[in-house]
Ligand binder design. Structure first.
Ligand SMILES: [Zn+2]
Length: 465
């Protein structure tokens, strides 16, 4: 008798190719890929006929926000939504109460992961710059297991002060030798403040006032600064949620020169546009703002040509009542959208079905590249012997409609409600255990228990193999 399980009859997709294979798992790991039917005969079987077998998705930009006295999301419900969307690992942002800016606070958060998580989680450390934060604290956070660092280049919240150019330069010099990515919310603080001041002075509170107050140029300028400092310091800079085609051109050119830069974008900059902002009002308010369709059309080629390394959700939970306030004054709606549950299927539809991207390229964007960039590869992000058995059984042809009531996250709304897409997660397996199974209709069932998710240390703090 064996304690192995075979995921049988499916089509495996890795960054290197797409091929019929049975995936043999034992305990928490993948132990073999075999030709169909050649697996151990006495193993348990999970039928994957007609399904793609993808590596578990990795979303490197979530705000599940623990600790948070209001509990707008939390690691349990956030992870349940992730599992239902084929995401088995997230890298959680440092925004919380308090913001994660010290090694002690990071250790407190690791304890919360171990208590509440249902999927595997890595964590960012927050960088607020000297003199508020001793630069030695960054190394302490790396040693405590942070997978990456994060700063804002424009003021976002009083709890997470932005860094100015000098602080950014200093932080990059500190982070470069640590070998961890430094993720940036790249909007220029001065241009953004001026844009907001002008629009609000004109009395504008309509949805477009939000978009017009922070046009793509606000991002392009900040990305230019970040790339120049990264080139000077050798720091690995990771540009979050890029939604400016001109910024992407700068990133592409910088990469070609050898600057250590990586970039992500989010579904809200690929699937939504300013018509959706006018329709959804506060429910489409995020930063950067969703773009005109002409800008969206200029961003897509950078997804297809690999300038954009990965897709993330920037999942940010806000209650319906607080988003509704944007109906009267767009600026009163908090910034952020639900998205972790829809990231993988909605982007598969948009990239693979609608734009002809090969499934193996898509897997690079949602699994292999995020794993590599955040120091989790090859434990995560691929299907190979020795890797964690994080797998998604995905029906690429099932047509379905995204609905608010199917959300597993705490705030039951999605900006994609009513959207019909092709391709659905049927089953999610995390370290060998089925944690989500789809139902023929309705939200499906998440079976992972709080505390079954695991903390994943970053490349600096991880024990060396
Ligand atoms: Zn964010």
């Amino acid at each position: 008798m064996t304690n192995q399980t075979v995921i049988a009859g499916g089509t495996a997709v890795t960054e290197d190719g797409i091929f019929p294979a049975d995936v043999v798992i034992e305990g928490e790991r993948i132990v073999a890929l075999t030709t169909p039917g050649a697996g151990p005969p006495d193993a348990a079987r999970i039928d994957a006929t007609d399904y793609l077998v993808l590596p578990g998705g990795i979303d490197v930009h979530t705000h599940f926000e623990e600790p948070d006295p209001e509990l707008l999301e939390g690691f349990t419900t956030g992870g349940m939504a992730a599992a239902a969307g084929g995401i088995t690992t997230v890298v959680e942002m440092p925004q919380a109460h308090p913001t994660t800016t010290t090694a002690d606070l990071l250790r407190d958060k690791i304890a919360l992961v171990e208590r509440n998580a249902v999927i595997d989680m890595a964590l960012y450390g927050g960088v607020i710059g000297e003199p508020s934060q001793d630069s030695a604290e960054l190394e302490r956070m790396a040693a405590a297991g942070a997978a990456a660092f994060k700063s804002f280049m424009a003021s976002s919240s009083p709890f997470f002060p932005a860094v100015d150019h000098a602080q950014l330069f200093q932080a990059m010099r500190t982070i470069a030798p640590l070998g961890l990515p430094y993720a940036l919310h790249a909007e220029d603080g001065a241009l953004l403040a001026d844009g907001l001041r002008r629009i609000q002075a004109a009395g504008r509170v309509d949805p477009m006032a939000h978009a017009e107050s922070r046009p793509p140029l606000v991002e392009t300028v900040a990305v230019g600064v970040a790339l120049a400092l990264a080139e000077q310091t050798g720091c690995h800079v990771h540009l979050c949620h890029v939604a400016s085609a001109d910024a992407l051109r700068l990133i592409r050119d910088a990469k070609a020169r050898g600057v250590h830069a990586t970039a992500e974008t989010c579904p809200q900059y690929l699937l939504l546009n300013t018509d959706d902002l006018c329709r959804l009002k506060g429910f489409a308010r995020c930063a950067p703002a969703v773009r005109e369709q002409a800008e969206v059309d200029r961003i897509w080629p950078y997804v297809l040509d690999g300038t954009i390394d990965l897709l993330s959700s920037d999942h940010s939970p806000y209650p319906i009542e607080r988003k509704q306030v944007g109906d009267g004054d767009i600026f009163q709606a908090p910034l952020g959208l639900s998205g972790v549950q829809t990231l993988l299927p909605a982007c598969f539809d948009a990239a693979v079905h609608q734009r002809g991207m090969e499934p193996e390229r898509f897997v690079r964007l949602v699994a292999a590249n995020p794993a590599r960039i955040f120091g989790l590869y090859p434990r995560k992000g691929t299907i190979r012997p020795g890797s964690d058995a994080d797998l998604v059984l995905f029906d690429p042809w099932q047509r379905w409609t995204i609905r608010d009531e199917d959300a597993h996250h705490r705030q039951k709304w999605t900006p994609y409600a009513g959207k019909e897409i092709t391709g659905r997660v049927r089953r999610t397996i995390r370290r060998g255990q089925t944690i989500f199974e789809a139902a023929p209709d309705g939200p499906g069932r998440v079976t992972a228990q709080p505390g079954s998710g695991r903390f994943l240390p970053g490349a600096y703090g991880a024990p060396k193999a």
